[in-house]
Design a protein around this ligand. Sequence first.
Ligand SMILES: NC(=O)c1ccc[n+]([C@@H]2O[C@H](COP(=O)([O-])OP(=O)(O)OC[C@H]3O[C@@H](n4cnc5c(N)ncnc54)[C@H](O)[C@@H]3O)[C@@H](O)[C@H]2O)c1
Length: 279
Amino acid sequence: MVTATEIQPAVHAPRHVTAIVTGAARGMGRAMTLGLAAAGVRVAAADLPSSRAEMDELLDTARRQGVADNVFPVDCDVTRWEDCAKAVQAAIDRFGAVHGLVNNAGIRVLDADLTKGGRHGRFYEHDTETWRRVVETNIVGPFQMAKAVAPVLVAQGWGRIVNITTSHSTMVAQSFSPYGPTKAAMEAATVIWAKDLAGTGVTVNALLPGGAGNTRMIPQADVPDRSTLIQPEVMMAPIAWLMSAASDGVTGRRFIAKQWDPALDPAAAAAKAGAPAGW
Ligand SMILES: NC(=O)c1ccc[n+]([C@@H]2O[C@H](COP(=O)([O-])OP(=O)(O)OC[C@H]3O[C@@H](n4cnc5c(N)ncnc54)[C@H](O)[C@@H]3O)[C@@H](O)[C@H]2O)c1
């Protein structure tokens, strides 16, 4: 009988990768879920129970595209530790394993705060509750998801953590707190986690669209002509590469999806769109 201590870490990528995508129901998360599913990755699509209608739309699209078997919806509020632990277990129960995490769920400000200082308010006009909630969602949430999944990834000797951050200019743009500081924190966390997991077979990278994206996060009133925004589909090719064996050993880097050139082979596209994470 093989005991736990005799199990050696896998040195090769799994045949079928399973990943958890948080904030999967709409926007960037939906595009990455569909892109991964089309690439053969089995995805636990995690989002708030309040996003059920958007999750149903995602599942309908997955059905139409013939990839519904690769998408499994999971209720998960990343600010709640029990939900994060349950999401990891749900992925394992459904697909038999988990190999990757895409920390995508994120918010900018609370709707209630829009009336007090608003999206464009000065930092001192925001409620403390808004700061707490954005920090909880954008920093504590990704940490809790990574904390829940990392021991599994390290034990199996192969894994992927991808943090969705933002452009450097957004991190320090006027009026962009608390959002900008939370994304800067996740960029720093990407570098630190990559160092902590060096040599384990688990990589940690950041991925960002490279500008304002056509999602609910950028309100219609701010940008009426949506064709001028980055379309969420730009995230599909880089996330599929990051979740594959082709990116083995690539860690501590940031990839700008807008700069990913689909005409190049993925390694060349990654070299062009990538740089060390951080500053
Ligand atoms: N849209 C942009 O311009 C842009 C630019 C750079 C980076 N990003 C990043 O992309 C990511 C996705 O944002 P988006 O633009 O698709 O926004 P979005 O508002 O369309 O989607 C965010 C998703 O996260 C979910 N979510 C929110 N709080 C959650 C929680 N506590 N637990 C689980 N899920 C939660 C929402 O239900 C929603 O499905 C975010 O991390 C955001 O910071 C967006």
